[in-house]
Structures are given as structure tokens and as C-alpha cells.
Design a protein around this ligand. Structure first.
Ligand SMILES: CC(C)(COP(=O)(O)OP(=O)(O)OC[C@H]1O[C@@H](n2cnc3c(N)ncnc32)[C@H](O)[C@@H]1OP(=O)(O)O)[C@@H](O)C(=O)NCCC(=O)NCCS
Length: 282
């Protein structure tokens, strides 16, 4: 491995994502960095990047091949991304206690959230019990479902009014006389992938304390399997300090998969010049 031959090059033609590669001799790609806009829906619900309105932050993806690490390549890729980004904040999600976390701390990223990923496996779901949860009365509320592909501009109320069609998302909601009260969304990965990603449930202010979150979530688990029978499991992400939601997940049968941490970098803040760490890899 000739460390002197590393070049950081921008990779064009990735719609919505900016990519850089660390290219070694013979064109070997030793590492990559990517930036994509992050999205938010309001309602305090984490949603996939392809949906909902854009925020002022970009999500950073950074990866260096294990045999090329600790030579400043990650820092050089980060410097390239920082030089090009228009957003004032970068967000990175890293495994807890990992090299990625050490890297973020060294570059003065700020820890903003600890996240827990949980998994529900359909073979462990007691379907009669799930059916009872879904069928339980919630006076004044009714359940509705929508399926389709999530649009770029997502408004839950509008989706529920539009006709269902084939697609990779299932949305389950509870409303009171047409007033949205709670909802949860799941998105299926590439066709034939056995795992869906669930977002929520979110219960809107004014409707809390009525077990609507548990209700819509149970209904989503049931509906999702009806629409996508090949699914075997559902993954969720929850803030470690959200004890209420974590208890709900456990109650429904989700179990710990892994822990990650969210780090944030504000571009205006003082930082070590990231590129200096890469001098040995030029
Ligand atoms: C995180 C990652 C991109 C770092 O790449 P890298 O090329 O090794 O990073 P650098 O050489 O520029 O490291 C810069 C500094 O970060 C810190 N650091 C990086 N890896 C570390 C580790 N395993 N342990 C402790 N500190 C570490 C060190 O302070 C290092 O400086 P030093 O080598 O002079 O001590 C790489 O480990 C990786 O691909 N990890 C898996 C993916 C990942 O976690 N990505 C998220 C990053 S936001």
C-alpha cells in the first residue's frame, strides 16, 4: 500500500447525494464519504431520508477500508465534505464505542443523542394476542391504513385521503372524526428483503394517554404482514431516553439489536483543520 498515492476525488452523478472517494494506486477505493440532506416531518417522528421536508442539516456517511485506517484518510474525506457542504450542520450516526465514535470526538463533533435499534421477528409474534390488541375498542377513534410509495413532500392527513396503491410503505393511523390522532409508518427495503423499518408511532398532543400508540403500532404490525407477506422482521430506532416508547416497544415484543450514537458538527464552530490529519496519506 503506497500511502503517497491517495487522491480524494468527487464522484458525480448521484442524485441528491454528494460522494467523495479516497482512491489509492491502481484505482483501489480506500474510503468513501457521502452527504445527503436530512429530513423531518414534525410530530417528532424520525422518517426515511427520502421523505418529508428538508432541514438545515446534511447526513454524513464515512467509511474507510480497515487496512487503510489510522492514516488520516477519514479526516481527508471529511475535509473534502466540509469544504463543499452548504448546510450549516452535519449529522453522523455511529456505533456506540466504535472507531467512528472516536473519530467524531477527535473532530469535535458533539454527541446529541443515544439511539437504540430494536427488532421484532414475526415468528415470535403471537398473532391471536396481536389481533386482540388491534380489535380493542378505543371509543371515538377509528383505524385507517394507507399503502403506497411515500412522496417527497409528505403530509400524513393527505396521504390518508389519497387512494392506496402498490408501494413500499404502509401507514396506519387513528383519527377522531377525521382529526389525525396517532400514526405509525413502515417502509419495506428492496424487494425480497425480509426487514422493514418502522417510524413512530407518534401520538399527537391532545390525544395522548389513551394507548393510541400501542393500538396503531399493533395494527401496523398486522397490516404490514398482510400487504408484504415475505417480511420476517421490523426494525425500529428509539432515543435511549424515551422510556415511554421503549416500554411500548418491549411490550409489543421488540428486542435489542444494537446501539448507535448521533453526533453533530456545526460548521461555524472552531475545529482542528481536518485535512492536517491526512498529511501522512498524501
Ligand atoms: C471512522 C473511520 C471513517 C475513521 O477513518 P480513519 O481513516 O481511520 O480516520 P483518521 O485516520 O483520519 O483518524 C483521525 C483520528 O480519529 C481518531 N480515531 C480514528 N479511529 C480510531 C480508533 N479506532 N480508535 C481511537 N481513535 C480513533 C484518532 O484520534 C485519529 O487520529 P490518530 O490516528 O492520529 O490517533 C473508520 O474507522 C471507519 O470507516 N469506521 C467504520 C465506519 C464509521 O464508523 N463511520 C462513521 C464515521 S462518522
Amino acid at each position: 500500500m503506497n500511502e503517497c498515492s491517495i487522491d480524494i476525488v468527487a464522484v458525480p452523478d448521484h442524485p441528491g447525494v454528494r460522494w467523495w472517494q479516497a482512491v489509492a494506486s491502481h484505482g483501489f477505493v480506500a474510503g468513501v464519504a457521502g452527504l445527503r440532506p436530512t429530513r423531518s416531518l414534525g410530530h417528532d417522528l424520525l422518517l426515511p431520508a427520502a421523505t418529508a421536508r428538508t432541514t438545515d442539516a446534511a447526513e454524513l456517511t464515512l467509511y474507510v477500508e480497515p487496512q487503510w485506517r489510522r492514516r488520516g484518510i477519514g479526516s481527508r474525506l471529511l475535509a473534502a465534505a466540509l469544504a463543499q457542504t452548504a448546510e450549516p450542520r452535519l449529522i453522523a450516526h455511529v456505533a456506540a464505542d466504535s472507531p467512528g465514535e472516536a473519530f467524531c470526538l477527535w473532530h469535535d463533533f458533539r454527541h446529541t443523542r443515544s439511539l437504540r435499534h430494536d427488532l421484532l421477528t414475526y415468528c415470535n409474534v403471537h398473532h391471536a394476542w396481536l389481533g386482540e390488541l388491534v380489535d380493542a375498542e378505543h371509543p371515538g377513534y377509528r383505524l385507517t391504513h394507507w399503502t403506497g410509495d411515500l412522496p417527497a413532500e409528505l403530509r400524513v392527513e393527505e396521504l390518508l385521503r389519497s387512494p392506496s396503491r402498490p408501494g413500499d410503505a404502509v401507514l396506519t393511523a387513528a383519527d377522531a372524526d377525521g382529526d389525525l390522532a396517532a400514526y405509525a409508518v413502515a417502509v419495506v427495503g428492496a424487494p425480497a428483503r425480509p426487514r422493514a423499518r418502522q417510524y413512530g408511532p407518534a401520538v399527537l398532543p391532545g390525544h395522548r394517554g389513551r394507548r393510541l400508540g400501542r393500538w396503531v403500532n399493533a395494527a401496523l404490525i398486522q397490516q404490514l404482514r398482510d400487504v408484504h407477506p415475505h417480511l420476517e422482521e421490523i426494525e425500529t430506532v428509539t432515543a435511549e431516553d424515551d422510556s415511554h416508547l421503549l416500554a411500548l416497544r418491549e411490550d409489543l415484543g421488540f428486542g435489542l439489536l444494537r446501539r448507535t450514537r448521533r453526533y453533530e458538527f456545526t460548521l461555524r464552530q472552531h475545529t482542528r483543520p481536518a485535512a492536517t490529519r491526512g498529511e501522512d496519506a498524501r
